[in-house]
Design a protein around this ligand. Structure first.
Ligand code: FAD
Length: 286
């Protein structure tokens, strides 16, 4: 099924993200929780591609197994270290496996990134390539707090407009911890004429160690209310987990109440966290 049809549906959509293993010996220990999350019957599941130093080798395989488990997969694909030939090979593999949805990404540029190997500069270049290939519903990433490489939020939104023109049918947001940031961002998008469905990305912070990583990868603002929870419960793992799930649940309920129909949870391969969130909003999802 195409994700655009899921998120444009009548019912609110709740989806989860998993990341693939880095090495083959970890395959089972990643696939097991991924399929346990699939057992929760989310609206769809995304599988990341080489994010945070991970590998991209198993994205298509995990996505295929999720599909065989009866859940629509969204395979991430990044392009900054890829040639056109490599991308076309990936697209052929995804199509052969029956995967119909791709999140088209640039990927982070780090000092190790070999730009000389790349036929692509931006995610919009990859989006155009996938659209030309045909047959996929294409999504892209967006940043309610502005992508760190953008000079300002106007130019950031201009590049989203280009991505939409190249074929992105929806945007999944970077995590945010204050819903007003998303509402302000959506207002700015509409004013610039970017009218593409938004999937709100929510990260349940279930241990204090995640905070440092979140700050380094996403630059998301952390509200006082949230920081107080971490200060008070960060050294009590079970309490922090419960409080993090409650905070994320509260954000999700507020998003649905304000008309955001699609929420994507960065579930970090944790079936218990995904299950707790789904259970907390089970009546809303009916
Ligand atoms: P782009 O859309 O190309 O934007 C990058 C920068 O270039 C921005 O500043 C933008 O404003 C600017 N720009 C874009 N197009 C143009 C243009 N045509 N002209 C001028 N400027 C332009 N990374 C992974 O490696 N694997 C993953 O699986 C992954 N999943 C992600 C999922 C989500 C929901 C999000 C939000 C991010 C994910 N990332 C992943 C991280 C992502 O790769 C990085 O944030 C990366 O730095 C930017 O990727 P992008 O696709 O947003 O890039």
């Amino acid at each position: 099924m195409k994700i655009i049809d899921i998120i444009n549906g009548e019912k609110p959509s709740l989806s989860f993200e998993v990341f693939p293993p880095k090495t083959s010996d970890k395959f089972d220990s990643v696939e097991r929780p991924a399929l346990q999350i699939a057992d929760l019957k989310p609206s769809f599941m995304s599988v990341t591609y080489g994010a945070g130093g991970g590998t991209s080798k198993y994205t298509a395989e995990i996505a295929e197994h999720i599909l065989q488990h009866g859940v629509t997969p969204l395979a991430h694909l990044s392009c900054i270290s890829s040639t056109r030939e490599m991308v076309r090979k990936q697209l052929t593999e995804l199509k052969t496996k029956g995967i119909e949805n791709i999140l088209a990404l640039r990927g982070d540029i780090t000092p190790e990134t070999d730009l000389s190997r790349s036929d692509y500069r931006y995610a919009s270049d990859l989006t155009r390539e996938i659209a030309d290939f045909g047959g996929f519903c294409i999504g892209g990433a967006c940043y309610p707090e502005c992508h760190p490489d953008s000079a300002n939020s106007d130019s950031d939104i201009e590049s989203l407009k280009i991505k939409a023109e190249c074929g992105c049918e929806f945007f999944t947001t970077q995590m945010f911890f204050d819903n007003n940031i998303l509402y302000n961002f959506m207002y700015r998008l509409l004013r610039k004429g970017v009218d593409v469905p938004i999937v709100a990305g929510i990260m349940p912070v279930t241990n204090a160690g995640q905070i440092k990583r979140i700050c380094s990868i996403s630059k998301s603002a952390l509200p006082q209310r949230f920081l107080r929870i971490v200060d008070r419960y960060g050294d009590k793992p079970e309490v922090m987990k419960q409080a993090g799930i409650a905070y994320a649940t509260e954000q999700i309920i507020d998003l649905y109440a304000n008309g955001i129909n699609a929420v994507h949870v960065y579930s970090m391969n944790k079936p218990d966290v995904a299950a707790a969130i789904k259970n907390n909003i089970s009546e809303i999802l009916k």
